[in-house]
Structure formats: structure tokens, C-alpha cells
Design a protein around this ligand. Structure first.
Ligand code: HEM
Length: 348
């Protein structure tokens, strides 16, 4: 007999796959891209990702956020590699800086990533290389690992389309302006995500990733102490939560390393409480809370708050869609041997 949860998972995979096909979203990627060259790649990546997630609870949120930041940077057209290409979900965020290149991960907006997130992908790549050398891209490994950490945290499992190639450029200077800031209002969020073809609904759904993970105090302290000339503390923030955040993040003398969970009660569980928190004025960032306050996004918040199943289904689709951003396929880019370095070091 098929366990009902497994039956659900299987039907989700089928539905997401079908819906991608119907919307033409599979493009040049395929679910069985490594069928011959590395048939067990999903299991190899999952084993490493899950083991490291068990050992260290910063790994799941860090990996999920890495996927988002990798895909969003950067999308101006660049002349290299004999043509014009978009950069996007190309593992450029995993490249380490060298004496001649300050890489994407060292941009100000990426400095808050814990090292363990990067290490998890590097370890997964090592395991994959041991089984099938030089065929699986770091970009695909990151896409699979982002799925695996969601599953580990209690979220849905989906099939990851594969066939991305790794990028040949990673520059810190190209990050600025490409990532949403915690202070953004809904118009700014919509405008930024529209540049990568993500809709208003995608914005709300993907923001649900903040159901797991943490934020440093500096990302929300303005809400606590310096909100506006009329109100020192953001009136849209629940007063009990505000008091608790102030205790963790004092105006002076606090540690820059202090973090608070996006979800005050279940910061490691992937569930739809993020949306219910928003409805109760318990969003952590201005950009989170804004989604429940703006009439363009609040209906989506309401529907996802009402149904975890709907959230899970929408999240799988949005993650697959995000994974098509600026991909390289075929002979573009390369398959890196080590996710931290281009194969030819001169390609900086
Ligand atoms: C759309 C607007 C978004 C904004 C303004 C935003 C902003 C932020 C900020 C400021 C942090 C805290 C960083 C820190 O202090 O260490 C954060 C963390 C995080 N973000 Fe976002 N984010 C957005 C969307 C997303 C999306 C789409 C995803 C994934 C699909 C995502 C995944 C995460 C995760 C999982 C964390 C927790 C990281 C950790 O605990 O290490 N975010 N985000």
C-alpha cells in the first residue's frame, strides 16, 4: 500500500512536471539530464545535503538563500564565451575571490552568508565527482540541494529540471542593485522580481522561504528604533514581538552577529506560518510585512496563510521557475570541477 504522504509527494511531482511542460517552462532543461552519465545524482546530492543539515541547522536556510541570490545576479547581458549570455542560476555565487577578482560572494549583500552553506555545496560536488567526474554542474547541484533542504525542513519535494552549465563570471561589483533589500516596499519588490520574469504571486510565494532561517539585527533595527519622524517603532509591528526583538537587538552595545528567526516560533520548520505571522503583524523585515499590507499582495498572503497545501504546491512551481533564470546550457559555460573555482583560472 502506498503511504498517503508518499502518494501525495508522487502526485505533486507529476503535477509540477506536467504543469512545467504545459507552460513550456522546461525549456532546455530536462528531469533526466544525467540519466546515463550520473543516474544517482539526486540521491548523492541529497545524502550529503541531509547529513550536513542534520549536523548544523544553519545549512538549510543558507543553501535555500544561496539559490535565490545566485539566480538573481546578474542579468545584464555580458559579452564573453563567444556570445551574449545571461548570468543567473549558474553557480557564480560559489566562486571564491582571487587576488585578481573580488567574486560575487564577497559583495556586501552576500557577506552575511554562513560559510557552512557554501561548504555544503562543495561537499555535495565532491561526492558527485567521486561517482561521476566532470559531468554534473555546480548550478544543478545547488538547485537540487535547495530542494533537499526544503524537504529536510518539512517542506515539499519536487523534481528538479537539470542541464544548467556553470558560469564563467563572478564579480562582486555586479551584485549591487540586483538583490532585494529588507527595506523595500512592495512596488520595489515587484519591479525587481519582474526583471527576472517573476510575477507578483511568485514574489509572495518565494518570500515564503522566510519560513526558515534567520536575520541579523541590522536588517530590522530601523523598525525598532528609528522608523519615522512620527513613530520610533514601526506601528505595523506587533508590540510583543517588537519588545522581544529590542531585547535581542539593543540600540547600542548589541553584537553584530546576533540573529533572530524570521518565524519566532518555528524558525527551522518549513510551513505556512510565515503567512499567518504576516497577518498578525509578526513579519520580521519591512519587506516581509509589506506583503500583508499592500492590496496587490495581501490576497496572495491570505490564500497561502489559509492553506499549507496551496503554499507547498505554489512554492514548488515558483522554485522551478526561478531555476530557469539566466541559465546556460549546451556548450555555454562549463562544468566546474570544483564549485569554488573556474576550471581555467584566467576566466575571472
Ligand atoms: C523578495 C524579497 C526578499 C528580501 C528583501 C530578502 C531579504 C533577506 C534578508 C535581509 C535576510 C537576512 C540576511 C541576514 O541578515 O543574514 C534574508 C534571509 C533569508 N532569505 Fe531572503 N529575501 C527575499 C527573498 C527571498 C527568497 C525568494 C528566498 C528563497 C527562495 C529567500 C531565502 C532566504 C532565507 C532562507 C534566509 C535565511 C538565511 C539564513 O538563515 O542564513 N529570501 N533574506
Amino acid at each position: 500500500m502506498v503511504h498517503p504522504i508518499h502518494a501525495n509527494v508522487v502526485s505533486w511531482i507529476v503535477i509540477v512536471s506536467l504543469s512545467c511542460l504545459l507552460h513550456g517552462a522546461t525549456g532546455q532543461l530536462t528531469f533526466d539530464f544525467y540519466k546515463t552519465a550520473c543516474p544517482n545524482v539526486d540521491a548523492i546530492v541529497a545524502n550529503v545535503t541531509l547529513a550536513l543539515s542534520k549536523r548544523d541547522n544553519v545549512v538549510p536556510p543558507a543553501v535555500l538563500r544561496l539559490y535565490f541570490h545566485d539566480c538573481l545576479v546578474e542579468l545584464s547581458l555580458t559579452l564573453y564565451d563567444l556570445g551574449w549570455h545571461w548570468q543567473g542560476c549558474d553557480a557564480s555565487i560559489l566562486i571564491s575571490s582571487t587576488p585578481t577578482n573580488v567574486a560575487e560572494r564577497d559583495a556586501a549583500d552576500n557577506l552575511s552568508f554562513p560559510q557552512n552553506g557554501f561548504d555544503a555545496i562543495v561537499e555535495a560536488k565532491k561526492a558527485v565527482e567521486a561517482a561521476c567526474p566532470a559531468v554534473v554542474s555546480c548550478a544543478d547541484i545547488l538547485a537540487m540541494a535547495a530542494r533537499d533542504v526544503v524537504v529536510f525542513s518539512g517542506g515539499p519535494r519536487w523534481a528538479v529540471p537539470k542541464g544548467r552549465r556553470d558560469g564563467l563570471i563572478s564579480r562582486a561589483a555586479r551584485v549591487e542593485g540586483r538583490l532585494p533589500a529588507s527595506s523595500f516596499n512592495v512596488s520595489q519588490l515587484i519591479t525587481l522580481l519582474a526583471t527576472v520574469n517573476l510575477s507578483i504571486e511568485d514574489l509572495v510565494v518565494l518570500s515564503g522561504a522566510h519560513t526558515i532561517g534567520f536575520s541579523h539585527c541590522n536588517q530590522f533595527s530601523k523598525r525598532l528604533y528609528n522608523f519615522s519622524s512620527a513613530a520610533k517603532t514601526d506601528p505595523s509591528l506587533d508590540p510583543t514581538l517588537a519588545a522581544s526583538l529590542k531585547a535581542s537587538c539593543p540600540q547600542v552595545g548589541g553584537s553584530p552577529n546576533t540573529v533572530r528567526g524570521f518565524d519566532a516560533t518555528t524558525p527551522l520548520a518549513f510551513d505556512n506560518s510565515y503567512y499567518r505571522n504576516l497577518q498578525n503583524n509578526r513579519g520580521l523585515l519591512v519587506s516581509d510585512q509589506a506583503l500583508a499590507l499592500d492590496k496587490r499582495t495581501s490576497p496572495v498572503v491570505a490564500s497561502l496563510a489559509a492553506s499549507q497545501e496551496d503554499f507547498f504546491f505554489a512554492f514548488m512551481q515558483a522554485m522551478v521557475k526561478l531555476g530557469y533564470t539566466g541559465i546556460k546550457t549546451g556548450s555555454q559555460g562549463e562544468v566546474r570541477r570544483d564549485c569554488r573555482a573556474f576550471n581555467a583560472r584566467s576566466n575571472t
